[in-house]
Ligand binder design. Structure first.
Ligand SMILES: Nc1ncnc2c1ncn2[C@@H]1O[C@H](COP(=O)(O)OP(=O)(O)OP(=O)(O)O)[C@@H](O)[C@H]1O
Ligand SMILES: [Mg+2]
Length: 245
């Protein structure tokens, strides 16, 4: 079996910005120690996560807000670095698509499409060849030439999904983008993801929509308290998660 993604005992922490306890006076009189304590305070967002994704598989990641799902996608996309563990990713990964993030607000939709494509390693010429298809899929019409700060969140999601879906990724990372799209666009995205699966593209799909996870993912991973609580057949993992939720 060929793997597209492998995580082995991966941990990721963020600096913890906690308030100064014990009062500012004590803090200042203990300065070196106090600063060291502040610097060393870390928050563990992921602990010892191990999993594999085969080439062409669709893995769903589910779990509560703040569990660590988006952090996993950030690590796959290499936007984040782990403190511990090994990460293996084979192929061209789509840019991270998180709600409202990753776009430049003063640029137009069209300019953002070019930027995303170039960041993904394509030439501007390649992106321009796909431009009509991307704009058509997004159905943003005249808004495509407006700065994206005037977009609604659903319009941003349309732009984001349209870009990543048309730039030939080997691995597609999708972070809860469907939630803000209207029904018609959600259906279009799901159809596109099913087409990707047929073409052997690997998908990692973070979602709070259990119905969609069951529909398109073969397997699902449930992250709870920053740990891998369960991984297995999508139906079984979703059922367990529902039972608790
Ligand atoms: N840049 C950051 N700096 C500090 N802490 C962060 C940062 N990004 C995430 N965290 C923390 O890491 C934990 C995991 O966050 P993450 O965004 O991965 O959660 P999530 O499972 O995607 O949640 P949601 O369902 O709300 O999107 C959270 O406790 C969050 O507060
Ligand atoms: Mg998230």
């Amino acid at each position: 079996m060929e793997y597209a993604i492998r995580f082995k005992d991966v941990s990721k922490s963020y600096p913890l910005y906690h308030s100064i306890t014990g009062g500012i006076k004590r803090f200042i009189f203990n300065l070196p120690g106090s600063i060291r304590a502040l610097k060393n305070a870390r928050f563990e967002a992921l602990k010892d996560i191990s999993f594999d994704v085969s080439r062409g598989e669709c893995l769903g990641i589910i779990g509560k807000n703040g569990a660590g799902k988006s952090t996993i996608l950030g690590l796959i996309a290499r936007v984040l670095k782990p403190e511990k563990g090994e990460i293996y990713v084979k192929g061209r990964v789509s840019p991270l698509l998180e709600l409202g993030a990753g776009f430049h607000h003063e640029l137009t939709g069209r300019e953002n499409i070019i930027l995303k494509g170039v960041l993904m390693g394509l030439t501007k010429k390649d992106v321009m060849k796909k431009m009509d298809e991307i704009v058509g899929f997004s159905e943003l019409k005249e808004f495509i030439d407006q700065p994206i700060r005037v977009y609604s969140s659903g319009m941003l999601a349309r732009l984001g999904f349209s870009v990543i879906a048309h730039l030939d990724p080997d691995i597609l990372l999708i972070d809860e983008i469907l939630a803000v799209g209207d029904l018609e666009f959600q259906k279009k995205c799901i159809a596109k993801m099913e087409e990707f699966k047929k073409n052997g593209i690997t998908i990692v799909f973070v979602s709070h929509s259990m119905a969609y996870v069951e529909r398109i993912c073969e397997r699902a991973m449930w992250i709870e308290d920053h740990r891998n609580k369960m991984i297995g057949t999508a139906q079984i993992v979703v059922a367990s998660y529902r039972g608790v939720g």
